[in-house]
Design a binder for this molecule. Structure first.
Ligand code: ZN
Ligand code: ZN
Length: 433
């Protein structure tokens, strides 16, 4: 057994070295591609330019390419003899955020959002990095076909930020039209020393539920509160009481987040409005906790409305939902062993589940196969070490911050390498036989 594992590790190391030999050669081109995608971000489900770049690069490298899967999704297939099928996934969309990184390749783009408003657009979640990584890895696999066996399926998905894209690709026949992978792999750039990576078996990103709550009161002149049912006071009570769900109803050993991100009521200081809007976001790591938190929200909202004498029951509308993303234990251990072998133990970290959410899990669920998702550091290592020492890691710009700016080196190379090494844990398997 031990010998078998050693042989396997040796084979995958040989394979990785063979494939990654050309990484230095492609890196300047991948850097230029990254800067171009960064400077031309596109909103969720509108990633036509980015998808066109991915499709063009894949075609040039010899992949069978299908475009327009789930609106702007791209699927590339590289068949290389008998062996496992590995799916690698990158998301492509950007956010309606004004970039404030000051980089010379910063975005100056604007676009129309779903409501027709003109908004700034910026790659503040780093999906441009994901696109560059996957294109880089795709090119390397195509160049070194003798170092692996099987089928590589690369998927560029739209609309991750709106939880639409993975579902759209599945609904557009991804499962029926393409080979069933043995494993689905994905990765995300995050705060962390560039050159390092982190992951773990089990839940890796949280389930997320966004809700809109509309509260009904009765408007009146601000000087005559007795004639009103004040939705502002109702909303204020609800916001505070919702914070007791996590502190009073969720066990210390469980985790959950309830954040009210939108609180809207009224137009003028002396007018009591008719209604109020609350929008909130819930993160959980366990289906039982999720169910409890969601039902507690409903209970509190209804009871507070009743306590205020509201003329109508509040309207609770689900906005979007991300599933819990769980790393398969066996597959995750396999990836971790391959990473340690290739990068050395000092660059591979164990991390608990992140209270971020992803629709990545949709693919493995739809194909009914295991998946593994991990994080790749994008922070300048010196800056990160300094912040860690000073206890100020939370001050570093995180994903979705207007200042989120992964350093190019070695982040670009590391993410290409993790994809190659991760995929080879399966595709390198048969090369030894
Ligand atoms: Zn994001
Ligand atoms: Zn993201």
């Amino acid at each position: 057994m031990a010998k078998h594992i050693r042989e396997k590790a040796a084979a995958s190391r040989g394979g990785a070295a063979g494939i990654l030999a050309a990484v230095d050669e492609i890196l300047p081109d991948i850097e230029a591609l990254y800067k171009d995608v960064h400077a031309h971000p596109e909103l969720s489900m509108h990633e036509t330019r980015t998808a066109g770049i991915a499709a063009g690069r894949l075609r040039k490298a010899g992949y069978e390419v299908t475009e327009g899967v789930g609106k702007t999704g791209v699927v590339g297939l590289l068949r290389n003899g008998d062996g496992p099928t590995v799916m690698l996934r990158a998301d492509m969309d950007a956010l309606p955020i004004q970039e404030a990184t000051g980089l010379d390749y910063a975005s100056k783009q604007q676009a129309k959002d779903e409501d027709g408003n003109t908004v700034p657009v910026g790659h503040m979640c780093g999906h441009d990095m994901h696109v560059a990584w996957l294109i880089g890895a795709s090119i390397l696999f195509a160049r070194a076909r003798n170092a692996w066996n099987g089928t590589l399926m690369v998927v560029f998905q739209p609309g991750e930020e709106t939880a639409q894209g993975a579902r759209a690709m599945v609904d557009d026949g991804l499962i029926e039209r393409f080979p069933k992978p043995d494993i689905v792999l994905g990765q995300h750039v995050m705060v962390g020393a560039a050159g390092t990576m982190a992951g773990s078996a089990g839940p890796i990103t949280s389930a997320a539920d966004s809700l809109q709550i509309r509260l009904f009161g009765r408007g009146a002149h601000g000087s005559m509160p007795q004639a009103s049912i004040d939705p502002v006071v109702m909303a204020a009570s609800i916001v505070l009481r919702l914070q007791t769900i996590v502190s009073r109803e969720v066990a210390a050993t469980d985790a959950a987040v309830v954040t009210v991100g939108v609180l809207q009521a009224g137009t003028k200081e002396n007018v009591i409005p008719d209604d109020a809007i609350i929008k909130l976001n819930v993160r959980t790591f366990d289906p039982g906790v999720r169910k409890h938190v969601l039902s507690a929200i409903e209970r509190i909202v209804n009871a507070e409305a009743e306590a205020s004498g509201a003329p109508r029951k509040p309207e609770i509308t689900p906005l979007d939902r991300y599933p819990l993303n769980v790393n398969d234990k066996t597959a995750s251990d396999r990836i971790a062993a391959s990473f340690r072998e290739h990068f050395g133990t000092e660059r591979v970290f164990h991390t608990g589940p992140a209270p971020a959410s992803e629709d990545f899990g949709c693919f493995a669920t739809a194909f009914q196969v295991p998946s593994v998702f991990w994080f790749v550091g994008g922070t300048d290592p010196k800056t990160y070490a300094k912040a860690k020492k000073a206890g100020t890691i939370n001050d570093l710009p995180v994903n979705h911050s207007p200042k989120f700016a992964p350093v190019l080196h070695p982040t670009l190379q590391t993410g290409i390498e993790t994809l190659v090494v991760g995929a080879l844990a399966w595709l390198g398997e048969t090369a030894e036989k």
